[in-house]
Write a protein that binds this ligand. Sequence first.
Ligand code: APR
Ligand code: PHB
Length: 390
Amino acid sequence: MKTQVGIIGGGPSGLLLSQLLHVRGIETVLLEKHTREYVLGRIRAGVLEHGFVDLMREANCAERMDIEGEIHDGFEIAHDGIRDRLDLKTLTGGDTVMVYGQTELTRDLYDARAGADGIVIHNAMNVQPHDLKSDAPYLTYELDGEAQRVDCEFIIGADGYHGVSRQSIPKDILKEYERVYPFGWLGVLSETKPVSPELIYAKHERGFALCSMRSQVLSRYYIQVPLSDKVEDWSDDMFWEELKRRLPDDVVANLVTGPSVEKSIAPVRSFVAEPMRYGNLFLAGDAAHIVPPTGARGLNSAASDIQYLYHAFVDHYLNNDDSGLDGYSAKALARVWKAQRFSWWMTTLLHTFPENSGYDNKLQATDLAYLFSSESAMKSMAENYVGLPY
Ligand code: APR
Ligand code: PHB
């Protein structure tokens, strides 16, 4: 098989790029090691920045999102028994975010690829990129035990943190930066009405909590837990009791609890790999960077890589201009690091750190007090949360 852009990984990054390039007449072949059902079984984040929403529309993939997704003009931060609100729309001069689950978005992208007869190969085993420094890189893989090959002009590593792409970059070229936080997020999905129309991020001495949602009948809640905790340690009742302890009374009064339909613990980690290009291999999304979930930047950082790659390939194939491809790594990383900074800051602001001194805790409380006392500070938070310009 032969294509222009070979893509490894059928998560949101790979699918979105494949669909955007298709719209502009650029061919892709996408290799995904799991089934579609498996990929869609993973519960991930659900807040899309406005630039991402525009990209889905440009990909002709926004029909359902525009009907079922919810525009949010703001969110709340609960602390010390009270609730402060960040009015994103007013603070940014009109920008908002869209609450629409990554699972639904991925399903829409799969449907769009299928509707356009896009080549998406599931159960592609042992995918390996080759000859990345040449003008004729290629991918090999196995399908039903048979060896396969795709000749490409470019290869995209959109295969997530555990993928093969990043590992194909020589160790003396790749530099990795990492921070591991001493806690995880225990998340529960429940078929209940959200406790509040907007997201509530809660800072509490027992630990951080988040009230989020997927729709008016599907809620997503999280609590900070020690790294040593296992999902099996947490019954639904224990989860709801602990969540209630961390929320203000007026929120608890509105909380509708129910059986969990999904429950999992996610580690809280920051990671960046540099550079994001090696020869004709380009990394995108979780393959190159991970953020703590606190600022809802994970999926959005992936989308910003895809936005840059999309325009770079359009310029390469349609305008004979390689500046986008040549500048990709530096440009993508500049924005990635800003998302890293914001996620680190919001994580530090709202979580309980076991090793913190009394002084550290005072500073943390002051950071929050300053935020809601200063229009400039709120504007800074808001512009980061809705997504910095591409
Ligand atoms: N060969 C083929 N496919 C692979 C390989 C491989 N060697 N390794 C991993 N994959 C697939 C995974 O099965 C997965 O479906 O690559 C896909 C990567 O998807 P994600 O991990 O979702 O990464 P990405 O598409 O960059 O999405 C961005 O943002 O909200 C965050 O972490 C969240 O998944 C989200 C991410
Ligand atoms: C979620 O709904 O899963 C979610 C929302 C906001 C975050 C993180 C996760 O910051």
